[in-house]
Unconditional design. Structure first.
Length: 274
């Protein structure tokens, strides 16, 4: 009986030790639920190999407008437009004027900073009762801009690699081939840079074409048109006569030959009659 009691006591002690050593499920779950703090990007230290987030590219919009309207005073309208151009830091690129059968007109092509586009359109629209044409367009070229920027970046990286290879090249044939590739890549880089600059210039400055005109009175239009027709007819008749005389002078040998032949033929007919 004593041995049986000692064996029972021994197994009881072992089972109690095992209960204290094994963690329960709640403890395991609480340990696994602990989260480490997220790493932040730093310029130095242990995180220096992490890439910085790419900067967000601003939306690229090309704005253009085309306007046509009638006015009672061409000069006054032009002065108002010129004031609006100056106030919005723009430039007049083209200024042309003319006259047709029933109107006198003036056409302007203006470049204005894109941020002042709406203010400029509102300024020149004041006092206009009706627009015969008012076309305003906006073109989103952000995707094209990103594509060009990415391609340009890749071309520059490729050029750097070829330059590194060129420094290690020893054979003349290798050097010539690498320099040829570098020349091709540089031409492509310059082309991409030109496209990017052109795109940026269109985004930064908006183009506005303005056509305004004044209607001429019907009698004045007929009078001007009739006098113009008379003067045109006189000039046309003079030039036609000049052309006729010049053409006669240019064929004088044939005229002389014709006259000689006509003389002999006539003389021969006279002899036959006699």
């Amino acid at each position: 009986m004593r041995y049986i009691f000692f064996l029972f006591l021994f197994f009881s002690v072992l089972s109690g030790c095992s209960k204290h050593e094994a963690p329960n499920e709640d403890q395991a779950i609480s340990i696994s639920a602990v989260k480490l703090p997220a790493k932040k990007y730093e310029s130095g230290g242990a995180d220096k190999n992490l890439e910085a987030p790419s900067p967000k590219i601003e939306q690229k919009i090309i704005k253009e407008a085309s306007l046509r309207f009638e006015t009672n005073d061409l000069e006054d309208t032009f002065n108002k437009i010129k004031t609006a151009v100056t106030a919005n830091k723009g430039n007049i690129l083209i200024d042309s004027e003319g006259k047709d059968y029933n109107s006198v007109f003036r056409n302007l092509t203006v470049k204005v900073p894109s941020q002042n586009f709406d203010n400029f359109i509102n300024a020149i629209s004041k006092g206009v009762s009706f627009f015969e044409r008012k076309d305003i367009s906006s073109e989103d070229v952000t995707e094209e801009y990103i594509d060009l920027t990415s391609r340009l970046k890749n071309k520059r990286k490729l050029e750097e690699r070829y330059l590194q290879i060129l420094q290690k090249a020893t054979k003349i044939s290798e050097i010539l081939e690498i320099e040829k590739q570098i020349s091709i890549i540089r031409e492509e880089i310059e082309a991409k840079e030109g496209q990017l600059k052109y795109l940026e210039s269109r985004v930064s400055e908006s183009t506005v074409t303005i056509e305004f005109y004044k209607t001429i009175a019907e009698k004045e239009g007929i009078k001007i048109s009739y006098g113009s027709k008379i003067w045109t007819a006189i000039k046309s008749g003079f030039f036609s006569l000049s052309d006729f005389l010049i053409s006669i002078i240019s064929i004088w040998p044939f005229i002389i030959l014709f006259c000689v032949l006509a003389y002999f033929i006539r003389k021969r007919f006279k002899r036959k009659k006699q």
